[in-house]
Design a protein around this ligand. Structure first.
Ligand SMILES: [Zn+2]
Length: 336
């Protein structure tokens, strides 16, 4: 059997012919296996969805209970027989519930890692390397210039700024799923125990993380009804990036605009967004994490889904690993 007989690329995404399912399809399909809850990977409208319990809960929170015809919970490490292929889910370390999906048949194993990172994250299980013949990876930050600093050091910079400017509101942009909760959890780990104010768009997902046992409290809504601008002086307010462009952001006292993203290492991006305090906190691998992961797993082949594919394919070639880009469309590099 060739690798592409087991898993191949279609315009809807990664497809397994023997099992007749797609992984993270970008359009509605009869049967989808979903690696994690980010909206470019987890879409509504599939016939059946197989994902971890946390990912199913995240999809229900975002799209409503009827997001798929039927759902099935995947337990990490449990072997599932799907048609002619067997499937197992393994932690990916990206966001709560995120998983790599290993597809196996006739002694061949292909792992679709979805989005993943190797750094410690108090809000989700760490990535577990799975031996395989083909490792399918993203390449969002696959250039040697991308070397993410320690997230704890970035949080320390935020807290130093809060101490330095006690009359200003620190307004932190962070993606609603994963990044926002990770920033809050890291603040708690650093000993910050004051209320953290959150935009309404973060409420349901923060509640869900709390229900999963990840300590974020005390959280308060960052609503104007809460009181005047003074209430937020010296406070940390977290909102999704989209909220920063609208009136919501203008209600705060002399705000320090911060933004938590792997892209904040690119000064031009920070400037374009008007970010005063860029926090380089990423839920994706940087260059070293990507290349060290591939070296550790040592697959026969690497397939690169999206991002800076050429640089990673070239690195693989130089290191004696066959690699090719899949040029998958529909996955957003900004939504990290
Ligand atoms: Zn993601």
């Amino acid at each position: 059997m060739r690798y592409t007989d087991l898993v191949c690329r279609t315009e809807k995404g990664i497809y397994c012919p023997p099992g007749d399912f797609h992984i993270d399809p970008v359009r509605p399909v009869p049967r989808a296996l979903v690696t994690h809850g980010h909206s470019d990977h987890a879409r509504a409208g599939h016939g059946a969805v197989l994902a971890t319990a946390e990912t199913l809960a995240i999809m229900a929170a975002r799209y409503g209970e009827g997001f798929a015809g039927t759902t099935q919970e995947a337990v990490l490490g449990e072997v599932l027989d799907l048609g002619g292929a067997s499937v197992t889910f393994h932690p990916a370390g990206h966001v709560l519930g995120s998983a790599q999906i290993a597809v196996e048949k006739d002694g061949l194993r292909i792992v679709a890692s979805g989005d993943y990172k190797r750094r410690r994250d108090p809000t989700c299980r760490g990535f577990e390397p799975v031996a395989c013949d083909v490792f399918i990876t993203e390449a969002t930050f696959a250039l040697p210039v991308f070397r993410h600093p320690d997230a704890g050091d970035e949080i320390a910079r935020l807290l130093a700024s809060v101490a330095q400017f006690p009359d200003r509101t620190h307004l932190v942009g962070a993606y609603a799923l994963g990044k926002a909760q990770r920033v809050i959890a890291l603040l708690r780990e650093a000993g910050y125990d004051r209320p953290i104010y959150i935009h309404g768009a973060l409420q349901r997902l923060c509640d869900l993380y709390e229900e999963e046992g990840i300590r974020l409290r005390p959280l308060e809504p960052a609503t104007i009804e809460k009181g005047g601008r003074k209430d937020f002086a010296g406070a940390i307010v977290i909102g999704p990036p989209s909220a920063f462009a609208d009136r919501w952001a203008r209600r705060f006292a002399d705000p320090v605009a911060a933004f938590a993203s792997g892209w904040m290492s690119v000064r031009q991006r920070a400037r374009q967004r008007g970010v005063e305090l860029p926090l380089v906190i990423s839920d994706h691998c940087d260059w070293d994490e990507l290349t060290e992961t591939i070296a550790e797993i040592a697959p026969a082949e690497v397939w690169v889904t999206h991002g800076r594919e050429e640089a990673l394919v070239r690195w693989c070639a130089l290191n004696g690993i066959a690699a090719r880009p899949l040029h998958l469309a529909g996955y957003e590099e900004e939504a990290e």
